[in-house]
Design a protein around this ligand. Sequence first.
Ligand code: BT5
Length: 262
Amino acid sequence: LISRLQALLGAPVEIVAELGSTNDELVRRALADSQALALPDMSLLVTDYQNAGKGRLDRTWEVRPGEALTFSLLLRPVAVPPETYGWFTMLMSCAVTQALRDHGLAAQTKWPNDVLVGTRKITGILAALVVTPGAAPAVVVGTGLNVSTTHLPVETATSVQREGCNLGRADLLVDVLEKFLPLYRRFCADPTELTVPDGRLRTVVESQLGTLGQRVRAELPGAQAPLTGRAVGLDDHGALLIRPEGGRVRAVSAGDVVHLRP
Ligand code: BT5
């Protein structure tokens, strides 16, 4: 598996039996490798068991040993403007969604970092910025995909097996990376494919995004009241555009979004 992944990514791949968090570990290693000597673009860290997984806002990401696909990719996107790095989370959500759809699962992306099957969460994605003095910034994109989860940590979760698909973690990993690579390469070759409204990659991302068109409630960090309205699009940085009833469209760049029933 490792040589197959290395050939696919053209970068080092490491699979470890157990660790705290693949994101934390890869960020730590990237900080120690500011010249990108050991860890070039697309370096991959995978673990069988992540015992202290992180979600956003200090939340935890929980899985049992051997039951989930857990990996982080180190991206060094030199040609991409840092203010558009938010798109990497969406590109990974898109890749996971495409891979799951290829296996017959009715997956959709939920803005900004989840993949759902129906209304249940099958994947969470978390990106971290790595800034080292004198070097170009890097991004770590971590993905947790519930695979054979017999014990689901929350009632709202699901797994590949629970959805009736018996694919193993190794095959899923290759599938997801094969979907991610062309998306990533297109973005790096021409960031405007995402950063202009009719960019071709933007159209692909939007077509997988189940949040669009829905009535949503957004809990915004630091705001007193949630924002309720219809999700009408994405802006050039990947923020969600929400139109409150009778109000002006607002761009939401961070926060939790709930899809409301019609
Ligand atoms: C996320 O946060 O969904 C981001 C999860 C990222 C996990 C990957 S695994 C590799 C890399 N290394 C890490 O340490 N993290 C990344 P958020 O949107 O904040 O959602 C977190 C919430 O999802 C929790 O508060 C739970 O309610 C729920 N949750 C926890 N574990 C889950 C699971 N296995 N499946 C579905 N939902 C889960």
